[in-house]
Design a protein around this ligand. Structure first.
Ligand code: TMP
Length: 212
């Protein structure tokens, strides 16, 4: 499924309030200054159909969907996003920077809601195939710091932010586990610092892993 092209696929992952959206914009600019065509996108969403599914996922009460239904919806949105946005961009040689990807499903629906890892892997194989990010940056920070930042930003909580504190601790631990299992793909970035120092750490990781 991977387009045979020189584009690169970089994903940013992390819990609530880790600053991914800000860092995606910084990374977009940084890569653009180095002459890349850059597409910045997000999950769930990033394409018209996937954005419709996003609304179903992020609005309403926390108990609206069980973990399996959520995983199915995320993978449905993901496939639409890949087909409509990510794969065409990579095929023309663009670098795609994506706010969340499948590691979020592993962390939130797997580690958070307890959905079996093998089931999630089957869904991945079905919806995504053998396509993988070239680089995944895991923005890590303590749960209470992230939730406070997210609440300050939205003024209110979305469905996921309303879940229990221990859910978010499992999500954080999940991302760190994923990074430890796949050190060739993942780099953990300390997200407790200021915007500039996090952006510098991300730039250094991209240069080191992908040559900038
Ligand atoms: P965000 O756009 O603020 O990151 O919000 C999207 C929410 O969706 C966030 O709380 C994490 C959650 N999510 C999952 O639970 N599983 C997934 O696969 C993805 C991509 C996001």
């Amino acid at each position: 499924m991977r387009p045979d092209a020189p584009g690169r696929f970089i994903t940013l992952e992390g819990g609530e309030g880790a600053g991914k959206s800000t860092q995606i914009q910084r990374l977009r600019r940084w890569l653009g200054e180095r002459g890349r065509e850059v597409v910045a996108t997000r999950e769930p969403g990033g394409a018209p159909g996937a954005e419709m599914v996003r609304k179903l996922l992020v609005e309403g009460p926390a108990e609206r969907w069980d973990g399996t239904t959520e995983a199915l919806l995320h993978f449905a949105a993901r496939r639409d996003h890949l087909r409509a946005t990510v794969w065409p961009a990579l095929a023309r040689g663009a670098w795609v920077v994506c706010d969340r990807f499948a590691d979020s499903t592993t962390a939130y629906q797997g580690y958070g809601h307890g959905i079996d890892r093998h089931l999630l892997q089957q869904l991945y194989d079905l919806a995504v195939g053998d396509f993988r990010p070239d680089l995944t940056l895991v923005l890590d920070l303590p749960v209470e710091v992230g939730l406070a930042r997210a609440a300050a930003r939205h003024g209110s909580e979305n469905r996921y932010e309303g879940l229990q504190r221990d859910f978010h601790e499992r999500v954080r631990g999940g991302f760190l586990d994923i990074a430890a299992r796949e050190p060739g793909r993942c780099v953990v970035i300390d997200a407790t610092g200021d915007v500039d120092s996090i952006a510098a750490a991300i730039g250094a990781a991209v240069t080191q892993r992908l040559g900038g």
